[in-house]
Design a protein around this ligand. Structure first.
Ligand code: DAS
Length: 357
């Protein structure tokens, strides 16, 4: 016969375990996040912990990246896919299209709530802008990298990856376009750029980040102003290749051979990364006008990091039938021009696209 006190303690234990089981059963299911790995420093390895800048990128496979941050399991149900294993300076248009198609397919999977793309930092901004333009979903897609390999002291990749998974699993991240999580900040995939090539606060947006991720929470302060994802006229599911676009970097004492080389390469457009407000040297204007007359599109961007190129200011763009890249830096203007040229070769339409995206 059980004593009364023992009986009471047993009933209390049963009740406690039942409530604990109920609590677990009632706990909101963790978001299902897929980590699509492409390489880069976040998958890098150095010889010693002191090697924060000398290392080999694209060495660590995605399952080891995930195993290196066990805290991911606290915030999401995570699984990994290895899309590529490359340093991102080696990305090509084909890689962009392949990655875009995989991301698009994952957004259509009802068992996926968010996607993280781990990526090298060198061309991270091109990929995040490209995905921002071609992925027709409001599910969070978050691109993340790191400035130090995981083998280094104070490596930044683990927390960047944790934050990226938090952002990808957060319902508040939906509908904000493709996002970039770096150094506790959440940036628009359109606006962000790599400003510093050797510090962990490398990525900035001249119009500011959208928010922050801190200790497993996201904090939002603004929304993107330009068209993206669901509001984009570009859809990766209808694109199999991108037209060639090349950049010529403006400086003093330019060689006009550079522009001819772009045309000979078969490019459909040239992005002139001009000095100042997209300026063109007076001895180069006729060359660019001649190339335009032969069908090459001319897009004036600027080598200057901030600000935006004003139409018909430094050059009579209406008269020359040229396009201005607005606030897009040369490498992003190259991405948008390539996509725009899959739709049109009308300069007025091209300029509309540069105003809107
Ligand atoms: N080479 C660089 C890249 O893969 C390393 C990095 O910073 O990620 O972009």
């Amino acid at each position: 016969m059980l004593s009364r006190s023992l009986f009471v303690r047993c009933m209390a234990a049963i009740a406690l375990s039942a409530s604990a089981a109920l609590a677990v059963a009632q706990a909101p299911a963790k978001p299902r996040v897929v980590i699509l790995a492409t390489g880069g420093t976040i998958a890098g390895a150095g010889a010693t912990a002191a090697n924060s800048a000398t290392y080999q990128a694209a060495k660590v496979p995605v399952d080891k990246l995930i195993a290196g941050v066990p805290e991911l399991a606290d915030v999401a149900q995570v699984r990994g896919e290895q899309a590529f294993q490359i340093a991102s300076e080696s990305f090509t248009n084909d890689k962009l299209v392949t990655l875009g198609k995989r991301v698009s397919a994952l957004t259509k999977d009802p068992n996926v709530d968010g996607i993280v793309v781990t990526h090298g930092t060198d061309t991270l901004e091109e990929t995040s802008f490209f995905l921002n333009l071609v992925i027709h979903s409001d599910k969070p897609v978050v691109v993340v990298g790191s400035m130090r390999p995981g083998t280094a002291m104070s490596a930044d990749g683990m927390l960047n990856l944790y934050n990226a998974v938090v952002v990808a699993g957060s319902p508040q991240s939906r509908g904000k376009g493709v996002l970039v999580a770096m150094n506790d900040e959440i940036h628009s995939g359109r606006d962000v750029t790599k400003r510093i090539n050797i510090k962990t606060n490398a990525f900035t947006s001249q119009w500011g980040p959208l928010g922050m991720a801190v200790e497993g929470q996201t904090y939002w302060f603004r929304h993107p102003a330009k068209r993206h994802t669901m509001g984009s006229e570009f859809d990766i599911d209808t694109i199999d290749a991108l037209p060639e676009v090349q950049i010529v970097y403006g400086s003093g004492n330019m060689s006009l051979e550079l522009y001819d080389a772009v045309q000979r390469s078969g490019a459909k457009a040239i992005v002139h990364a001009g000095t100042g407000n997209g300026s063109v040297a007076n001895y180069a204007v006729d060359k660019l006008r001649a190339l335009r007359a032969q069908g090459l599109q001319v897009i004036r961007s600027s080598r200057v990091g901030d600000g935006f190129v004003l139409r018909n200011s430094e050059q009579p763009d209406d008269k020359y039938d040229w396009v201005v890249a607005h606030d897009l830096n040369p490498q992003k203007a190259k991405i948008l021009a390539a996509l725009a040229l899959t739709k049109t070769s009308d300069t007025k339409e091209l300029q509309r696209i540069f105003w809107q995206y």
